[in-house]
Design a protein around this ligand. Structure first.
Ligand SMILES: Nc1ncnc2c1ncn2[C@@H]1O[C@H](COP(=O)(O)OP(=O)(O)O)[C@@H](O)[C@H]1O
Ligand SMILES: [Mg+2]
Length: 269
């Protein structure tokens, strides 16, 4: 299968120690993939490197076979949209104004979006079920609606690849499922490649064809959810004891407790 996005030998450090070193990863066209791993394992950093929000010290990122560091920002944004981890800015914009920003890659400076652009904006609002809220400021939306507005902006870019960093954190469970089903629909009906970091591991297994597990800046396991989920995996990657069972073809884990470490209990101190 064709790689739509391929990164080779990436390295990155925020301070003097590398948090990502010699990191390679690739994604097929039309895939739905989740990256999972403990806090600080480098998931957000990888997404930023894949979208050129951060510049790798080494290696290459190929977007549809083209070297990303030689592409113009707008050319990248026509193909790839990224939703960062926290979106607590631009709260005074209306939903429609936010979604209109999704058309920026197609517009010249000062160019107003024409009827064709408005069609894409209307479509993004409709798909995310926000048409009725389009003239409200983001401030006046619930967390779930606000997250859908950001997704609407991203898909108004009409990207082939949508990258999302923990899109369901801070949402209640029904809004989490709403976002997951929206992404599933974009993947199924449009063939959009979806790459996301998910915090909820059972949700990652339920809604992804492939899981990529990271620890300490490295991929430690990848494969179908049932390839990845077993007790050893939870012990090694998350330092917990867990049982795994299947619900249809999807694995579900239940945490039991922390892996016993050689550590004094509070009563023994
Ligand atoms: N802006 C930053 N400055 C310094 N260190 C950072 C910064 N962002 C992330 N890090 C460090 O890089 C490592 C990877 O972080 P991150 O990619 O955010 O992990 P994750 O998304 O998996 O929680 C962590 O050790 C984190 O502390
Ligand atoms: Mg993160």
């Amino acid at each position: 299968m064709e790689n739509i996005l391929k990164a080779d030998q990436l390295s990155y450090r925020y301070t003097d120690t590398y948090c990502i070193k010699d990191f390679s990863i690739s994604f097929n066209k039309g895939e739905k993939v989740s990256i999972i791993g403990p806090n600080g394992s480098g998931k957000s950093t990888i997404l930023r490197l894949l979208t050129r929000l951060l510049k790798s010290e080494t290696g290459t990122v190929l977007l549809e076979g083209e070297k990303m560091n030689q592409m113009k920002e707008k050319e990248i944004a026509k193909k790839l949209a990224m939703l960062p981890q926290v979106n607590n800015h631009k709260l005074d914009l209306t939903v429609r104004d936010l979604v209109t920003h999704g058309r920026n890659p197609y517009l010249k400076w000062f160019e107003e979006p024409n009827a064709e652009h408005q069609t894409h904006i209307d479509w993004a609002l409709a798909v995310t079920n926000l048409t009725k809220f389009q003239h409200r400021p983001l401030l006046a939306l619930s967390g779930g609606e606000r997250q859908r507005a950001w997704i609407a902006m991203a898909i108004a870019q009409t990207p082939q690849i949508l990258i999302l960093d923990e899109p369901t954190s801070y949402l209640d469970i029904s809004h989490q499922i709403e976002v997951m089903e929206l992404l599933e629909d974009l993947n199924r009906s449009l063939g959009m490649t979806i790459i996301m970091v998910l915090h909820d591991l059972n949700q990652a297994a339920r809604y992804s064809a492939r899981l990529i597990a990271m620890k300490n800046g490295k991929v430690v396991r990848q494969g179908t959810p049932s390839d990845v989920f077993d007790s050893d995996f939870f012990r090694e990657v998350f330092a917990i004891e867990a049982t795994v069972h299947l619900d249809g073809d999807k694995p579900i884990y239940t945490p039991i407790g922390l892996v016993q470490r050689k550590q004094k209990k509070i009563g023994e101190m």
